[in-house]
Design a protein around this ligand. Structure first.
Ligand SMILES: *[C@@H]1O[C@H](CO)[C@@H](O)[C@H](O)[C@H]1NC(C)=O
Ligand SMILES: *[C@@H]1O[C@H](CO)[C@@H](O)[C@H](O)[C@H]1NC(C)=O
Length: 137
């Protein structure tokens, strides 16, 4: 398991480099494993430092059952609950294609990890037409 966490991100970086922008970019969420961050605002800070576009992919690197990934509403992210989850990923790692623009909210609801900062909101913008020739604006 320790090996997995080291090697897989390296492979993902290689894939991003090869595919380039024509297939969208793959982002490793937090630029590391999806786990309790050093500061409560770590993931907010991470997501605000990138511009995500439709066609990009989020890669949440975690080992189940120690961590999970639940897509929730903004309200549930703020309260760290997952009573009405949109999607639940109990098996890690999880790869999520960003299909539409909007703001998406993710938490881990194992123990109190969300309260410790294991949550992220991601703003996705429409890819520009010249990068996706077939899409209508
Ligand atoms: C956010 O990231 C910047 C750049 O890496 C860093 O200087 C800053 O301290 C970070 N802020 C928080 C709250 O983590
Ligand atoms: C986490 O959320 C999932 C999906 O709503 C739920 O099935 C599970 O019971 C929750 N786990 C905890 C510890 O709250």
């Amino acid at each position: 398991m320790a090996m997995h966490n080291v090697i897989l991100p390296l492979l993902v970086v290689a894939v991003v480099t090869l595919l380039g922008s024509s297939f969208g970019l793959q982002y490793i969420v937090g630029d590391s494993i999806w786990s309790i961050p050093p500061t409560n605002h770590f993931y907010t800070n991470w997501s605000s430092s990138y511009t995500f576009r439709t066609g990009d992919t989020l890669y949440f690197d975690f080992d189940s059952p120690f961590y999970n990934l639940i897509e929730v509403s903004r309200g549930e992210l703020e309260s760290c609950t997952a009573n009405q989850p949109y999607k639940a990923f109990m098996e890690g790692p999880a790869t999520l294609p960003l299909m539409q623009k909007g703001v998406f909210y993710f938490i881990c609801n194992v123990s109190n990890y969300c309260a410790l900062g294991l949550k992220v909101s991601v703003t996705v913008e429409q890819n520009s037409p010249n990068l996706a020739p077939n899409s209508q604006v």
